[in-house]
Design a protein around this ligand. Structure first.
Ligand SMILES: CC(C)[C@H](C(=O)O)[C@@H](O)C(=O)O
Ligand code: SF4
Length: 421
């Protein structure tokens, strides 16, 4: 039997505090990101039990889902700024909790505020080989750094706050190798949509997916984050990518990254984080990069991914009764007619943002497309929402806000915005 370990096996093994007879593990958690939606009951539980946060230094809180992304120039207080009752309550509750529990917090007037999954890597909070959790499904984003990162529920948020550990079962190993080079104009978002189109939204169930191959190694960290971010849309527990020089260069010098001798020590360890050659994967899938072309979703599930050269499908294209029904529901919801070429679909709203695609590289790419053009009159709304306040600043320094505004887009403050309904 092979003794080789996968990247996931290694990071998992390095965090086991205890294994019980039933086969479940108690894992140590290195990094805990907190936002306002899934933390209120967790803090309440802690307060009721008269407990403290065990590692405030490993906990980072910000507000993202419920904050208005309109200009904060006239911001005075949450009480007057946030009009919606439930949103105001969640944001205010987090503010109260970070004070009561003495946590690092990037609030609405802090330029470091942003979407948790953008803020963690940006600050150097997310590091290779760490375990990263957050009460949010897209925590898988951080796996781009070779971290084991996954979303947890509110009761688990409380458990991590109190003990810095979590109970976990070991997932299966899946590897998706993207061989060769991506064609010009094909992005990492196309790549991951194509992958989900191949494996289905339940294809990764019970697995941690390692993305490997030349096409992955050639990607920037931003692009890798988009891929791991969407690993959960393929049903996986987490997505991971082997940390390499591109990754180390991205982290170096960030506020929370290790420095000096600590940095050298860290890089030495990070270089051991790869799947051994003789490691065995439960599922091993290879996709040719040259088969991937710009890909979009025509429906309301990432599984409805099709190459841009495709047509809106019809129920007859599916064999499975559930898939047929899903297709009909999506067609009705989207108001689409089967057989329409995807390139002929009219666009009525444009939203550039979210933890999948709101980093500098994404904004630069979008600005390159719209520069010198105006949005069509049929586009009723077009917004750009940077993933963090720091990204917003950088984009403004590069004049991207002006390019977007000239094209008819609204330029917003950081947050989840239209992604969170
Ligand atoms: C609010 C939060 C729990 C949710 C998630 O977990 O994903 C949100 O971020 C989303 O993307 O719908
Ligand atoms: S940007 Fe969207 S997907 Fe990401 S955390 Fe916010 S609501 Fe969830």
């Amino acid at each position: 039997m092979s003794s080789g370990k996968t990247l996931y096996d290694k990071v998992f093994a390095d965090h086991v505090v205890h294994k019980d007879e039933s086969g479940s593990y108690l894992l140590y958690i290195d990094r805990h990101l907190v936002h306002e939606v899934t933390s209120p009951q967790a803090f309440e539980g802690l307060a009721n039990a008269n407990r403290k946060v065990r590692r405030p230094d490993c906990t980072l809180a910000t507000v993202d889902h419920n904050i208005p992304t309109v200009s904060r120039k006239n911001f005075k207080s949450i009480a007057t700024f946030i009009k919606q009752d439930d949103s105001r309550l969640q944001v205010q509750t987090l503010e109260d909790n970070v004070k009561a529990f003495d946590l690092t917090y990037f609030g609405m007037t802090d330029s470091r505020q942003g979407i948790v999954h953008v803020v963690g890597p940006e600050q150097g909070f997310t590091l290779p080989g760490t375990t990263v959790v957050c009460g949010d499904s897209h925590t898988s984003t951080h796996g781009a750094f070779g971290a084991l990162a996954f979303g947890i529920g509110t009761s688990e948020v409380e458990h991590v706050l109190a003990t810095q550990t979590i109970i976990q079962a070991k997932s299966k190993n899946m590897r998706i190798t993207i061989d060769g080079e991506l064609s010009p104009g094909v992005t990492s978002k196309d790549l991951v949509l194509h992958v989900i189109g191949v494996i289905g939204t339940a294809g990764g169930t019970g697995c941690v997916i390692e993305f490997a191959g030349k096409a992955i190694r050639d990607l920037s960290m931003e692009a890798r984050m988009s891929i791991c971010n969407m690993a959960i849309e393929g049903g996986a527990r987490a997505g991971m990518i082997q940390p390499d020089q591109t990754c180390f260069d991205y982290i170096k010098g960030r506020p929370l990254a290790p420095k000096g001798a600590e940095w050298e020590k860290a890089v030495k360890y990070w270089k051991t984080l790869y799947s051994d050659e003789d490691a065995v994967f439960d599922y091993d899938i290879t996709i040719k990069a040259s088969d991937i072309i710009p890909t979009i979703t025509w429906g309301n599930s990432p599984q409805d991914a099709l190459p841009i050269t495709g047509k809106v499908p019809s129920v007859d294209d599916f064999k499975d009764p559930i898939a047929k029904k899903g297709c009909q529901t999506a067609l009705n919801y989207m108001g689409l007619i089967s057989g329409t070429p995807l390139t002929e679909l009219q666009i009525d709203k444009v939203f550039i943002g979210s933890c999948t695609n709101s980093r500098m590289e994404d904004l630069r790419a979008a600005a390159r497309v719209v520069r010198g053009y105006k949005k069509a009159d049929t586009v009723k709304e077009a917004l750009v929402v940077p993933g963090s306040g720091l990204i917003k600043k950088q984009a403004e320094a590069e004049g991207l806000d002006k390019i977007f505004e000239a094209a008819g887009f609204t330029w917003r403050e950081a947050g989840c915005s239209m992604c969170f309904i």
